[in-house]
Design a protein around this ligand. Structure first.
Ligand code: FAD
Length: 311
């Protein structure tokens, strides 16, 4: 990463977020010879760096660690001249046809902005959750279900995502226990019907998880029945937490209208309601929330950002 002091303040394109969407956007804009800056508040690579093995990213038949994939994407974008800075974007203002990106390390000016700040899975915030993330605790069944063949797993949540994940897990696991804090699911009826008809899926109603325990990997969870207060334990090899998403869009509320979950609405060019401001990846309304779709969005946004600038 460049030290902020050495980073210019004016760019053709500024990209916010260094996950697969932002890094791919940066590769495309830099390769198109646009002077581009990527702003990343944490580790370049985004959420995918937490995936132990990514085996659904095309081009890697043996799979690749998420960390390595992030590093390679970064390396490739930098090869074409992408600059980067460690800073947190705190807002965007429109200024005389240009965009001012406010950050914790000062302001940057750009002709076009690509927002790729992703979203985070909501956490339960209970003991053991952080310790066992990637060691049995997962926030993505599409990504990790295949690692849990013929073992018992739990899904925490009762919405569409939780039930979709439970149904997906039932193809692999020996048993899927859905743990929900209410007495009925929030998921759509068709999903509920499928889940109730699936013999491998069982339900624990009015129940919350209080603790995740194990050795090197998850072994059990501690539960509390919210109505009776009764406590119990459940032996599992995997715990999938699906209690919603939190998009990283708080800093954009004053400039963009977001959907009710805080995601950004774009058109097919990845452009938002403000010309020259694009959004890509998990942060986008209706994103499939995969590394490859994020990368695809990033490429699309970059191509249309280039067109926007040249027009
Ligand atoms: C454990 C795990 C395993 C996964 N496994 C797979 C898999 O096997 N296959 C697959 O396809 N997908 C997988 N995913 C999903 C995949 O990681 C995401 O879909 C993808 O990373 C989304 O990319 P993105 O660039 O849109 O956002 P992110 O990867 O979330 O990147 C956003 C970046 O923006 C930064 N940021 C946020 N706010 C700001 C701000 N204000 N200023 C500056 N920077 C900011 C964040 O630090 C982050 O680095 C997995 C996810 C997890 C959590």
């Amino acid at each position: 990463m460049n030290m902020n002091m050495n980073v210019n303040k004016e760019y053709e394109v500024v990209i916010i977020g260094g996950g697969p969407a932002g890094l791919t956007a940066g590769l495309y804009t830099s390769r198109a010879r646009l002077n581009s800056l990527l702003i990343e508040k944490g580790l370049v690579g985004g959420q995918i760096v937490t995936a132990e093995l990514v085996d659904n990213y095309p081009g890697f038949p043996e799979g690749i660690s998420g960390f390595e994939l992030g590093q390679l994407m970064h390396q490739q974008a930098r090869k074409y001249g992408l600059k980067d800075v460690i800073a947190e974007a705190t807002g965007i203002e429109l200024r005389e046809g240009q965009k001012k990106i406010k950050t914790t390390e000062g302001n940057f000016i750009a002709k076009a902005v690509i927002i790729a700040s992703g979203s985070e899975r909501r956490k339960l915030g209970i003991p053991g959750e952080e310790k066992f993330t990637g060691k049995g605790v997962s926030y993505c069944a599409t990504c990790d279900a295949a690692f849990f063949r013929e073992v018992p797993v739990a899904v925490v949540g009762g919405g569409d995502t939780a039930i979709t994940e439970a149904l997906h897990l039932a193809k692999f696991a020996s048993k899927v226990m859905v743990i929900h804090r209410r007495d009925q699911l929030r998921a759509t009826r068709i999903l509920q019907e499928k889940a109730f008809a699936e013999p491998k899926i069982e339900f624990l109603w009015n129940t919350v998880v209080e603790d995740i325990e194990g050795g090197d990997i998850v072994q059990r969870i501690r539960l509390r029945q919210v109505k009776t207060g009764e406590k119990s334990t459940l032996d599992i090899s995997g715990g999938f937490i699906s209690v919603g998403l939190k998009p990283n869009t708080d800093y954009l509320k004053s400039i963009l209208s977001l959907d009710i979950t805080g995601l950004i609405i774009t058109d097919g060019k990845m452009e938002t309601e403000i010309p020259g401001i694009f959004a890509a990846g998990d942060i986008r309304h209706n994103s499939a929330r995969q590394a490859i779709t994020a990368a695809g969005d990033g490429a699309t946004a970059a191509i249309y950002a280039e067109k926007f600038i040249s027009e």
